[in-house]
Design a protein around this ligand. Structure first.
Ligand SMILES: [Zn+2]
Length: 271
């Protein structure tokens, strides 16, 4: 509803007033972060892996790997052009809320205001080095907040697990045992509940194949966050180059009509 109509509704006291939402607290970018783009005082970190035939993709049935072919060349056609195909959930990508939740929005419907947001980075790489089945607990989230401050509404919260080091080798990245069970870290359902419901974050991000850890069979984290309209970033790159807090991210997913996600170009601005 246009603001004018809301005011009119207020003035006339009609029913529509109930639609007015509580204002969200304003989270401001750190001073100078945008000016720093012009003066080069702000660092731009590319959090995106390059797509190629070796890019990790969700290893389920029907999830085809990335493929590229050249169909016109400068020599023969006077123009160089190619085409590509891939499953949506390949390489550095976004999961839209409709991926696991009935009635939720698709990738093309995520409001841009949810895509240029502050980033929080919870570094659990030391714990993951000892335990590939590590799940981020709610207690670790609150301990992080005691150190760096409360996670503001609208933040994109990343787990930095260090798993990126395996990205170039899909077998090591998915890390399946003899029974085919994968071993890589993720968010626990309790941490997801705290972040999604308690903190009203924009989304969850991670540098592994999934926000649910590898051993998950019920994808509980996906259900919790998508069920509340939140998105995920999976297979993020270069998270080690971000501060724990203070960076902003620009999340630019492909705009596929009714898509369940898709490749994303992901930048961080660091002052
Ligand atoms: Zn996905």
């Amino acid at each position: 509803m246009p603001a004018g109509l809301v005011l009119l509704a207020l003035a006339t006291g009609c029913e529509v007033v109930q639609e007015i939402q509580q204002p969200q607290p304003v989270v401001r970018p750190p001073a100078g972060i945008l000016e720093g783009l012009a003066t080069r005082g702000t660092r731009i970190v590319d959090l995106t892996h390059t797509l190629n035939a070796a890019s990790p993709h969700w290893p389920g049935e029907g999830y085809e790997p990335f493929a590229y072919e050249t169909f016109a060349t400068l020599e023969e056609n006077g123009v160089l052009s190619g085409r590509f195909s891939m499953a949506e959930h390949t390489g550095t990508h976004l999961d839209a809320p409709n991926h696991f939740a009935e009635g939720q929005i698709a990738v093309d419907e995520i409001p841009p205001s949810q895509l240029i947001v502050p980033a929080a980075v919870i570094d659990v790489s030391a714990a993951v080095a000892l335990n590939p089945d590590y799940e981020l607990s709610a207690e670790v989230v609150t301990a992080w907040e005691r150190q760096y401050g409360a996670i503001e509404p609208g933040t994109l919260v990343f787990m930095y697990t260090g798993w990126e080091e395996r990205f170039a080798d899909f077998e090591r990245y998915r890390n399946a045992d003899e029974e085919g069970r994968m071993h890589f870290p993720g968010f626990s359902p309790a941490a997801a509940e705290l972040l999604v419901t308690g903190r009203d974050v924009a989304g969850l991000g991670i540098d592994t194949l999934s926000v649910d850890y590898g051993l998950s069979t019920d994808f509980a984290v996906h259900a919790i966050s998508h069920g509340r309209g939140k998105y995920h970033i999976e297979n993020a790159a270069n998270l080690a180059m971000l501060p724990a807090s203070g960076a902003w991210v620009i999340v630019a997913p492909i705009k596929i009509e009714r898509g369940t996600g898709g490749p994303v170009r992901l930048f961080a601005l660091v002052r």
